[in-house]
Design a protein around this ligand. Structure first.
Ligand code: G6P
Length: 476
């Protein structure tokens, strides 16, 4: 790879802002992603020489790298300079699926089902070596692209070692690391072998600044450093908190496009009305089918609502969108099946010819998600643990007439939204059923008032500001 040494701002993440699909005729179709980093990076203005370093994730991406040498065509990226790395597929699989998704994600979301898991043996050590290789590939690419004194923002648990590696290659750079996940408390973090725990923390401490979505996760990181490395943050790394908010302008504009209106009409038909002709209530959830999202317990809580408060039968529909995620991992595939099984069971137990209690949809459709946000009476956001959870922040912004928010106290968003949400313990099925009842029973005036306050809080730090604040905090 030729050295450019020109970029003044760099972002590094496993998944980039664009991905490619290869069709049978050999044509590549680019698909652009959204999210906070994409709008954040576009906010720095045309003068800054910015580059986004990411990994090729599939055959289409690899082909794009082969054709472009890794410097993607700006026509595919909305003008953004993107350097896509073609890391050996086996190395990527071991680092991404083996370590990032099956170890670090599980640790921070506290997902292990002891007593059988985790068991860190030879296979883990082999995958860890791949994780090091993968991190080194990023550090080397960043070192080549970065201009003198550039700011480098490294994202997430995929890239915990890269900050220290990059520091070794380029001491002149200003390096930030941002964790989009929760951070595990020391008692849980220390399931990792001691040398690995020390490498993860030491890797991030190679940055000038380690930042998190909430104070709770930042404190947990500091606690882990004390527990594993001894008192004090040894390298003098600064700790920061930036609570990413919803992008109100984008969401409000996108939610009123004709394709969203069309989907609202379809959903309204599916919801139907109660036998006495009154309007049926709607409980909405939108998630990736991700273990931490707690979809199965959410369905069980809905079932308990129907069982213990029969007045809601035929008068409410639960719209659950559970979009495929990480299907390479067997545990995610099994979880997806379990979600489908429980939803079908509720429908067969309680459904009537004119009423389907759960409308479960698994095909990803952003316009339909927005349509559901607009018409929801209640939004159910009940993760076991979550770095932030943007659904909790997006629903109040888009809601047409106000939506009661049932929110897990283990979601990062809870720190900001607790006053106007109905709080739940994500393990307590009975408690969640009671919360759903409370939310469904909330009067329209109170619901609208709360939604207004939730929306104001949810948009306090829009993605562009979130990103620029991080850059500013790195100084320069
Ligand atoms: C969620 C998390 C991010 C993470 C991403 C990875 O959005 O909040 O912290 O980087 O998932 O998802 P992927 O589909 O790339 O594994």
């Amino acid at each position: 790879m030729a050295s450019t040494h020109t970029a003044s701002v760099l972002v590094a993440s496993n998944r980039g802002p664009v991905s490619y699909a290869l069709d049978e005729t050999g044509r590549l179709a680019a698909k652009r992603g959204g999210g906070g980093l994409v709008s954040g990076l576009s906010a720095i203005g045309p003068d800054a020489d910015a580059v986004w370093v990411c990994s090729a994730l599939g055959d289409g991406d690899r082909e794009a790298v082969r054709r472009t040498g890794g410097a993607l065509d700006p026509a595919d990226t909305g003008g953004q300079r993107v350097r896509m790395l073609d890391i050996d597929p086996q190395v990527h699989t071991d680092a991404y699926n083996g370590i990032a998704n099956s170890v670090l994600w599980f640790v921070h979301h506290m997902l292990y089902q002891t007593p059988l898991e985790p068991a860190f043996g030879a296979e883990f050590r082999r995958q860890w070596a791949a994780y090091e290789t993968y991190n080194r590939a990023f550090a080397e690419a960043l070192a080549l692209e970065a201009g003198e004194g550039a700011a480098v923002l490294i994202q997430d648990y995929h890239l915990t070692l890269a900050p220290r590696m990059l520091r070794g290659l380029r001491p002149d750079l200003r390096i930030g690391h941002f964790s989009h996940t929760p951070w595990a408390p020391p008692e849980y973090f220390r399931v990792l072998p001691d040398d690995i725990a020390a490498q993860v923390l030491g890797g991030i401490l190679g940055a000038d600044r380690a930042a998190f979505l909430t104070q709770r996760w930042a404190d947990a990181f500091t606690d882990c450093c004390h527990a594993v490395l001894g008192p004090g943050i040894p390298s003098g790394t600064r700790i920061g908190v930036h609570g990413l908010g919803a992008d109100a302008d984008f969401l409000r504009q996108r939610a009123h496009q004709p394709d969203v209106d069309e989907r609202m009409a379809v959903l309204r038909k599916q919801i139907g009305s109660a036998p006495d002709g009154s309007r049926r209530r709607t409980i909405v959830r939108v998630d990736r089918t991700e273990l931490s999202k707690n979809i199965v317990r959410g369905l069980l809580a809905y079932e308990e609502l129907l069982e213990t408060r029969p007045q809601w039968r035929e008068r409410v529909v639960h719209i659950a969108f559970a979009y495929p995620s990480r299907q390479d991992l067997a545990v995610y595939r099994r979880y997806t099946e379990e979600v489908q099984r429980v939803a079908a069971e509720i429908n067969s137990r309680y459904g009537t010819p004119g009423w389907t209690p759960v409308e479960l949809h698994v095909k990803d459709d952003f316009a339909r998600s927005l349509a559901a946000y607009r018409l929801a009476d209640v939004a159910l956001v009940n993760p076991i643990r979550d770095g932030m959870n943007l659904v909790a922040k997006e629903v109040p912004v888009v809601s047409d007439e106000g939506c009661a928010l049932v929110l897990s106290r283990e979601a990062g968003a809870f720190e900001e939204l607790s006053e106007d949400a109905v709080a739940v313990n994500p393990y307590d099925i009975g408690g969640m059923a009671a919360a759903l009842h409370e939310a469904l029973s909330m009067g329209p005036g109170e619901r609208a008032e709360r939604t207004k306050r939730l929306a104001a809080q949810a948009t306090a730090l829009p993605p562009a500001r979130w990103f620029l604040d991080q850059l500013a905090a790195l100084g320069g």
